[in-house]
Ligand binder design. Structure first.
Ligand SMILES: [Zn+2]
Length: 685
């Protein structure tokens, strides 16, 4: 996920598959009744008064029945839905791969054969390192500096970076346009500190890395002595490159890395790099580029002249092997797992092969997979319904901004323009890319990986020079995650994310507005809040809040800061209102906006009383059930210190105790814990 982009469904540590209850509750199947589905009755703790503790009332029974699985700190219906999503995809791929004679170039053939080839471990093991032989021979045959650069280009064509990388990216100063972004890439350790810092943990990581590289080079056929020598040279070269690399935070900051150059200036900056050949072979237009790290490119320019060809050959061999190792024969895959996942990543057990193959298929064939997935799990009617929800939320937000008394007129004009221009991608792209020319074979896994990567790189390069940065989806349609791009003023909600409990076509509008509706409304406010204030409606980096707006915001926000400061997770440990302010205001506004949008929607399509719950009650309970989670005490203590979101309990209670509509819906009396006194009610958006 790039700069300015925020992943919405935070990738919770995913629990082991076995023994995990997932999916919607039994007894609530849509087929069992004629009307829409209501809230999850089994999750309610009816022993608790909703006006006393709505969190316990709405999802307490769920927590009682669903302890946090071992090895994770948080569990929820949303987390279970992530698991269900993986299981759906796995079943889909197993079904597709069971049939070997689908029409060539069809999504079913490509998906089924890619998955089958990946699952065929005996064939992969038997092939050893042979699938890489042509590329390894290319590198071994390098004679001179031109040869070094030619080999780099060959690796880039299959998305193997080193020592730099060129990708299409939206321009910082003109974000709709896609430019060639030239960035540092191709260090085997996570960042510069690992190469440069003297602390024991970094020194140990360097030694482990050196041994790892030597092992893989040996597996690929080098003698032990040669492999050790090469590993030493590789580490030394990467250390020199690391010296000129930015720290991760700076490298991820779009403002720090925005250095637009003309093609001529690029050639001047790093004349030893053959940019003419690079751009010609890549089919890239010779127009303005962005150089993310000019100092790095200057250093690389010097290294190209100063570092012997033999060292470059070792380095490029290593880059190729390192990238391919997870997908080669078992000894390579084991070595890669031991270093990258276990040593660097702290992962103890490898994922089941089927999960790895699913991830490979999703990463390489995201659109074909998304297409097949959506046909089964996110029909056109679901897309239309979510789009309708989004439209109504945007309309309500627009009215809201028009009426905001505290906002200056100058800021209001910008805010309205941003709401009007806001782009919400729902489910899957409106037009699918034609993948039929991509050759995927049932008997050649690495060649499939390389072909699919090449296809992706070509598509990426074709976008350079266009104004299509908005059209790009950064997650595949099957993903259980979603994201917002604050600069581009857009949100993407993949079909895999738009599943129960977030959205369910069979559920009542009240339930959907209470779940995905509040969630989307929350994120829309980020377009105009402190985050969105940094970019105008065209995505230009220009803060459009006036001093008056900042003052008014600070004053009004104080109410919410105080409210959340008052929430404790255990005796003596309370939330930090300032730290969670932006997200708490999003929840507060999300509930208000989605409630109003639901009322409008019900004028056209009324929601019936279901299981004895009024539409308004369904709406509020849906929020409690969507947000409700089990979080370990350790995780809660951690969240209080660092998370910009309140713990789940307060994300439910916080906004609802402010809402008169909530108190009306449950007939809560003044003075009840879920009823804040009128003078203490907060509102910013
Ligand atoms: Zn947020």
């Amino acid at each position: 996920m790039g700069p300015g982009r925020i992943l919405l469904a935070a990738a919770a540590t995913v629990a082991a598959w076995a023994g995990v209850a997932s999916g919607p509750a039994a007894g609530q199947t849509p087929a069992a009744r004629s009307g829409p589905r209501g809230i999850e009755l089994r999750d309610l703790d009816r022993a608790v008064d909703p006006c006393t503790d709505f969190y316990a009332f709405s999802s307490g029974a769920w927590r009682e029945a669903n302890p946090i699985p071992k090895g994770t700190q948080r569990w929820s219906r949303r987390a279970a839905a992530r698991d269900a999503n993986r299981q759906q995809l796995k079943a889909l791929l197993e079904e597709l791969s069971a049939k070997a004679d689908r029409p060539r170039g069809s999504a079913g053939q490509q998906l089924g054969d890619h998955f089958a080839a990946c699952m065929n471990e005996p064939a992969i093991d038997a092939a050893g390192v042979t699938p890489l032989a042509p590329l390894l021979a290319d590198i071994a045959g390098i004679q001179d500096a031109q040869g070094v650069q030619r080999a780099m280009r060959r690796l880039h064509e299959i998305a193997i970076p080193g020592p730099f990388v060129v990708t299409g990216a939206s321009s910082y100063h003109d974000p709709e346009s896609v430019v060639a972004n030239i960035a540092a890439g191709g260090l085997g350790l996570p960042d510069r500190d690992y190469y440069l810092k003297p602390e024991p943990r970094f020194a140990e990581a360097r030694e482990t890395y050196r041994a790892h590289a030597a092992s893989v080079l040996t597996l690929a056929g080098a003698t032990a002595a040669r492999a050790r020598k090469d590993a030493d040279e590789i580490l030394a070269l990467e250390t020199r490159l690391a010296e000129a690399s930015l720290a991760p935070a700076a490298a991820a900051d779009p403002a720090t890395t925005a250095h637009p150059l003309s093609f001529a200036e690029l050639k001047q900056l790093a004349p030893n790099l053959d940019w003419e050949s690079y751009f010609a072979e890549a089919g890239l237009p010779r127009i303005d580029v962005n150089v993310a790290e000019p100092a790095f490119l200057e250093r690389l320019n010097r290294e190209l002249a100063a570092t012997p060809v033999a060292v470059w050959k070792a380095y490029l061999t290593w880059r190729l092997l390192e990238a391919a190792a997870p997908w080669l024969a078992k000894p390579f895959a084991d070595e890669s797992f031991a270093f990258k996942d276990r040593y660097l990543g702290g992962v103890t057990t490898a994922k089941p092969r089927a999960m790895r193959c699913l991830e490979s298929t999703e990463a390489l064939l995201g659109e074909p997979l998304g297409r097949v997935y959506a046909e089964r799990y996110f029909p056109a009617a679901a897309k239309a319904r979510v789009q309708e929800i989004v439209r109504s939320l945007l309309a309500v937000l627009k009215d809201d901004v028009r009426d905001l008394a505290w906002m200056s007129d100058a800021a209001r004009q910008q805010a309205l323009a941003k709401v009007e221009a806001y782009d919400v991608k729902v489910g899957y792209p409106d037009a699918w890319t034609d993948h039929s020319a991509l050759v995927i074979r049932r008997d050649a896994f690495w060649s499939n990986v390389a072909a699919a990567r090449r296809f992706g790189v070509e598509a990426d390069r074709k976008r350079v020079g266009s104004r299509k940065s908005r059209a790009l989806w950064l997650l595949p349609p099957s993903s259980p995650d979603a994201y917002i791009d604050v600069q581009l003023n857009l949100m993407a909600l993949p079909a895999g994310f738009l599943q129960a409990p977030a959205f369910d076509l069979a559920a009542s509008d009240a339930v959907n507005y209470g779940a995905i509706g509040i969630g989307v409304a929350h994120d829309l406010t980020h377009a105009i809040d402190l985050l969105g204030a940094d970019f105008d409606s065209r995505g230009q980096p220009r803060n459009w809040w006036t001093e008056t707006d900042r003052d008014a915001f600070r004053k009004r926000g104080q109410c919410t800061v105080q409210q959340y400061d008052g929430y404790t997770i255990e005796p003596g440990v309370h939330l930090q209102g300032k730290q969670v302010l932006g997200e708490a205001l999003g929840d507060l506004a999300g509930v208000r906006l989605a409630y109003r949008a639901l009322q409008r929607s019900m004028q056209r399509r009324p929601v019936p009383v279901i299981d004895g719950f009024s539409p308004d009650q369904q709406f509020f309970i849906a929020w409690g059930q969507f947000r409700g989670a089990a979080e370990s005490p350790d995780l809660q203590r951690q969240m209080v210190k660092t998370d910009s979101h309140a713990t789940s309990r307060y994300r439910v209670i916080g906004p609802l105790s402010n809402a008169a509509e909530f108190q009306e819906a449950f007939a809560c009396k003044a003075g009840s814990p879920m009823t804040r006194p009128p003078e203490e009610r907060c509102r910013v958006w």
